[in-house]
Every structure is written in structure tokens, then in C-alpha cells.
Write a protein that binds this ligand. Structure first.
Ligand code: THG
Length: 369
């Protein structure tokens, strides 16, 4: 496959860290929320092994925030998600499917409750700000909606805890998963959450002061030498093995949250008001016809740029492979697929045409590890 470079422009925004990562050897970008998101620093497999053993700093500024503040902010945030936020607390993050009136997924962000009247919605790749503004106008809500200058830097990997302790003190070790608090560096306070798009442990620093963010970025590399710190980015292999879903790849507006195994983030049994609730009740009663599951395929190479049909013995299409990679852990190709009913059960045989050959495999549960 031939590779092409990206033509940068004002429309494809860089981040405050772009100049740094380009010096450090970024080799591929993807576009996410109209912004550059690093996609590789050399070999994805080498980066995967490094992430599982050491610590990496990621420029994930493309995970943009939609800030919703004002008297009706809690109402608007709740209107957009099927997760019950009525008992949510300040200083906590919530993984929240955002759906439309037809229960189609619009995004799967992390929602941060800064306080009852101020929320950040930390987005996957879709223009939620326009949706939020439309809803606010239509409902005459008293809210302010903006995209603040917040540029997330993630610190991920098993040695992230030691590195962050060295910079911010032992208080940061006590931060619980999906909790956040404010920590000082170079005279500026940063919101830091224990979260991130890997299952290797770590933090996300929501940088609101760009200059101070760059100083912090450089400092982490300077004092992180003893932990073998390296630049990195969300890693395709690690995130598939861990079952972290990617909006636009694994699911999109044509899928509902039940099909994506989001059951634990759906509350239809109390009087919380959100868009698509009636449709969700109907889907729950009728049951779903497709479901996201894992697939293991007996081959050692795949380069997926779209989706790939999964077929049965009789060449009937029984599912759609949506993301895939070679897994060094399983020593075969693994992927995430939307399988039709009744083919989603573990041990179901599947076939696919990969690299010009028919290869066989099996359905399995998510996460893989
Ligand atoms: N961090 C922040 N913003 C983000 C992402 C992130 N925006 C885009 C994208 N990632 C949103 N998608 C996800 C998907 C999964 C998780 C977080 C964001 C995640 N899930 C955990 C899991 O599945 O095990 C925990 C979810 C829970 O149970 O609460 O972390 O990474 N800021």
C-alpha cells in the first residue's frame, strides 16, 4: 500500500505539542476532531511492547473538550447521554454514550463533572458541539457552549505512576480510576485524571496553559529518562487487545448502544430524561440483531483500511470486521466485528478473504485480555 503525506492547513489544526513530536520522530498522523493526532512513531509493534513495559507521553490534544456551563448545563448533558448522571459527583469522569433520538451513537466521550454548572465532554471523533448547540437552542436552555483551549497530554504505561509521583508528589498516586484533581507545576494548576486510552495504567493532563504545558512536556522527558520514557500515541494493537472501542471505526451513528455492549451505561428504568430513551426501551424489548464481538483469525498479517466481510461455510455474510491488527500476544490476527444474530456466540467459525487468501477464525468475547 502506498502512503501519502498530509497537507496541513488551518482546517487541520496542529496542537501545542506538534513541534515537539515532529522533532521526536512522529511518522504518521490521523485526523481526529479536525486536528492532527499522531498515529505512529515508527513500528506499532515496538511501541506496543514499550507501552506495556515502560511509560509513554502522548499528544492527544485532538480529544477536544466541549464545555457546557450555566444554569441548565446538567440538564443538557443528561439530555445527550443514556447514562444516568443524576448521582454524578464533582471530580469524577464518566464514560457516556451520546445518542440521538433514534438511539444511534453520536460519540462515546468521557464526561468530566467540574461542578454542577460546569462540564467538559472529552470527545471522540465527531462534531458534538454542533449537536449540543442545536439542542440548547431548541430547548431554550440557559447554557454556554464552547470549545476551550484544553490540550490533553496522556502519560500511559506501568511506569507512569512513578514518573508522575516524581513530578507531582505522592498525592497523585491516591487518585482513583476515573477520578481527577488539580496539581501544580511551574506555577500553573493542571486538571489531571487517572484515565487514558490504554489499559496499561496512567493519567491524562488537561493542559489549559499552553506554555506551561510545553514546559511540563519537556520536563517529563527530562526526568523520565530513568523510566525509559518515550513519545507514543494510542496504540492499535494494545487498544484492540484491551477492547477499547474507537468511534467511527468500531461503531458509528448506524449502531445503538446495546449492539456495542454498553448495557452498563444505559439507564432506562427511572425518570431521567434523555434523547432516544423510548427507542432504547423498544430495542430492549425486541432484542438486538447484531452485536460487537472479538474475532481471532489464523493469519499473521492484516492492514484494514475499511471494513471486511466475514462469511460462513456457504459464503453468506455473517458479520463485518471493523478494526484488526496482528497481536503479538495471541500470535494471530485479532479484530473487532459487528456480527449478525445468531453468529455472535463464542466459538462461531468465520472466514475472511485476507491478503488474497481465504483464512479461517473464530468469534470470541471482548476484551481479548
Ligand atoms: N480520554 C479522554 N477523552 C477521550 C478518550 C480518552 N475521548 C475520546 C475517546 N478516548 C473516547 N472513548 C473512550 C473509550 C473508552 C474509555 C475512555 C474513552 C475507557 N474505558 C474504560 C474501559 O472500557 O475499561 C473504562 C470505562 C468505565 O467503565 O468507566 O477508559 O481516553 N479524556
Amino acid at each position: 500500500m502506498k502512503n501519502f503525506s498530509i497537507a496541513k492547513s488551518r482546517r487541520l489544526r496542529g496542537t501545542p505539542y506538534t513541534s515537539r513530536i515532529e522533532k521526536q520522530g512522529v511518522t504518521a498522523y490521523t485526523i481526529y476532531n479536525h486536528m492532527l493526532l499522531p498515529a505512529a512513531f515508527g513500528s506499532t509493534e515496538e511501541s506496543y511492547h514499550h507501552l506495556k513495559e515502560h511509560v509513554q507521553i502522548w499528544d492527544v490534544a485532538a480529544e477536544r473538550q466541549v464545555e457546557i456551563s450555566g444554569k441548565d448545563s446538567a440538564k443538557l448533558v443528561q439530555l445527550m447521554t443514556c447514562r444516568d448522571l443524576s448521582k454524578s459527583k464533582d471530580g469524577r469522569c464518566y464514560y457516556c454514550p451520546i445518542i440521538d433520538d433514534n438511539a444511534g451513537l453520536i460519540n462515546d466521550p468521557v464526561v468530566l463533572r467540574l461542578n454542577e454548572n460546569k462540564w467538559w465532554i472529552s470527545l471522540a471523533d465527531s462534531d458534538v458541539i454542533l449537536f449540543a448547540k442545536g439542542l440548547a437552542i431548541g430547548n431554550k436552555f440557559d447554557v454556554k457552549i464552547s470549545e476551550p483551549d484544553v490540550d490533553i497530554m496522556a502519560v500511559q504505561g506501568p511506569k507512569s505512576f512513578k514518573l508522575m509521583e516524581k513530578v507531582f508528589g505522592d498525592k497523585i498516586i491516591n487518585l482513583k480510576f476515573f477520578g481527577f484533581d488539580y496539581f501544580e507545576f511551574g506555577g500553573d494548576k493542571h486538571l489531571i485524571a487517572r484515565s487514558g486510552w490504554s489499559k496499561q495504567g496512567g493519567y491524562e493532563i488537561y493542559v489549559e496553559h499552553n506554555d506551561s504545558g510545553l514546559k511540563l512536556y519537556d520536563h517529563l522527558f527530562e526526568i523520565g529518562k530513568e523510566f525509559n520514557v518515550k513519545p507514543g500515541c494510542p496504540n492499535l494493537i494494545e487498544r484492540i487487545e484491551s477492547g477499547l472501542l474507537s468511534y467511527g471505526n468500531d461503531m458509528d451513528n448506524g449502531d445503538n448502544p446495546y449492539e456495542c455492549n454498553f448495557d452498563k451505561y444505559i439507564n432506562i428504568d427511572n425518570d431521567v430524561k434523555f434523547l432516544g430513551k423510548e427507542k432504547l426501551k423498544k430495542i430492549k424489548t425486541e432484542g438486538i440483531n447484531r452485536k460487537l464481538v472479538g474475532v481471532k483469525l489464523n493469519t499473521d498479517k492484516i492492514s484494514l483500511t475499511g471494513s471486511l466481510d466475514l462469511i460462513d461455510q456457504n459464503k453468506n455474510i455473517i458479520g463485518e470486521l471493523r478494526s484488526a491488527c496482528y497481536s503479538p500476544h495471541f500470535k494471530k490476527v485479532i479484530g473487532i466485528a459487528m456480527m449478525k444474530k445468531p453468529y455472535w456466540n463464542g466459538d462461531q467459525d468465520v472466514k475472511a478473504m485476507i491478503n488474497g487468501e481465504i483464512c479461517v477464525g473464530k468469534v470470541c468475547d471482548l476484551p481479548f485480555i
